[in-house]
Design a protein around this ligand. Structure first.
Ligand code: NAD
Length: 368
């Protein structure tokens, strides 16, 4: 493969700090070409809009897009005509045709104590939520007539088919690494909604193309309960836009650490994906050198796995991240406050570090 070309959109707030660290990480792994562009508040300052056509064209022509985060108080406004940083994100998702959002939830063993769930319940959790991103109730006809309002949920068989295939492919790729039996859980509300009945039917039609992957169906209310009662039993969850919005946030919070969560948004086969941490631009800590870069590192791992087919390097990053946490290194957002471990315990003492030290530690693990 020729040198992968990555459009880098550092964005606002802590964006440039965490993306700068991610570039160091990528450079330690091999040859990449970086095309740094403006998007979000920084683009509004320079060009008056959050996403220029030029930047969108560059993203569409790249092999992948790496995004930090956008937004901040400087661009908060109640003026409906004023440009807003998040318009850049929406424009990018639409322009690049990103219809699948992938959010893995895998609490690092050293951080299971940060989960709101009891340790024995969260232990072993390693799941992926695949959310349909461009259809459903968020994009159907909506309107208001006096005291009555409606939002319409629509799906086509084609939209369901393509997201289902992303989920099955992801389950296969995960199984190659984990050795677990691949499983897809499709979540719908087929006892009530016609779109969900179509969803279940199409998922069922796609499944025979993946005979090695087990499929089960769950109603969304049941799925919401099972996610907190037996999260370790899930592998890949695939669901429509609205259910995915809610379930992916529920699943994400199982880890208890916003600074640890990566995400990927994918489009058609061969088209570039967008890889970004789940958190925002954290304006409260921007410029202080304390931002946690690990969610961005794990997003880079997703880029290598889903964007470039370099799953082994992805796993090496994930192992390196686990290892630095096992050594006790914590950016302030992860620090538990209990710095000294119990006497004679084999739990390492927590060491509070900034972005640069955390980055250096991960690079050191990778090279060892
Ligand atoms: P946020 O995720 O930026 O911050 C929430 C809290 O988490 C803050 O205390 C912050 O310091 C902390 N935090 C977040 N990321 C961290 C990191 N890497 N390391 C250490 N601590 C971290 O959410 P918010 O405060 O609601 O939003 C701030 C801005 O970000 C807003 O303008 C919002 O619109 C924007 N935002 C952007 C995206 C995106 O670009 N995808 C997503 C969410 C929010």
């Amino acid at each position: 493969m020729s040198t992968p070309r990555i459009v880098v959109l550092a964005g606002d707030g802590v964006g440039p700090e965490i993306v700068g660290a991610a570039i160091e990480l990528l450079e330690s792994l091999g040859e990449f070409e970086f095309d740094r562009r403006l998007m979000g508040g920084c683009s509004i300052d320079e060009h008056g809009i959050a996403l220029t056509d030029d930047v969108l064209d560059a993203c569409e022509a790249a092999d992948a897009v790496l995004l930090g985060a956008v937004g901040g108080p400087k661009w908060d406004t109640t003026d409906p005509d004023a440009p807003r940083p998040e318009q850049g994100l929406l424009g990018l998702r639409k322009g690049m045709g990103l219809f699948a959002n992938l959010r893995p939830v895998r609490p690092s063993p050293a951080l299971v104590g940060a989960s709101p769930l009891r340790e024995e319940r969260i232990a072993g959790t390693d799941l992926l939520v695949v959310r349909e991103l461009t259809g459903g109730i968020y994009f159907g006809d909506s309107g208001r007539d006096g005291d009555s309002a409606h939002d319409t949920c629509e799906y086509t068989a084609e939209e369901i088919d393509r997201i289902t295939r992303i989920a099955f492919e992801a389950a296969r790729r995960r199984a190659e690494i984990s050795g677990r039996e691949p499983k897809v859980t499709s979540v719908d509300k087929a006892n009530v909604l016609e779109t969900s009945r179509l969803w279940r039917e199409v998922v069922g039609r796609v499944a025979p193309d993946y005979p090695d992957v087990k499929l089960d169906h769950l109603l969304v209310d049941n799925a919401a309960m099972q996610l907190v009662s037996r999260p370790a039993d899930f592998d890949v969850i695939v669901t429509e836009n609205l259910f995915g919005d809610i379930l992916s946030d529920e699943a994400a919070m199982l880890t208890g650490s916003l600074g640890m969560l990566p995400s990927a948004s994918l489009g058609a086969d061969g088209a570039p994906g967008l890889f970004e941490p789940v958190h925002g631009s954290a304006p409260d800590i921007a410029g202080k050198g304390v931002a946690n870069p690990l969610a961005t590192f794990l997003s880079v791992a997703m880029m290598l796995r889903h964007g470039f087919g370099r799953a082994e390097e992805a796993v090496r990053i994930e192992i390196a991240v686990d290892a630095v946490l096992e050594r006790g290194l914590r950016t302030p957002d992860l620090a538990s406050g209990t710095v000294a471990p119990p006497p004679l315990s084999d739990v390492p003492q927590e060491v509070e570090v900034g972005t640069a030290e955390m980055t250096a530690a991960v690079l050191e693990e990778l090279s060892s």
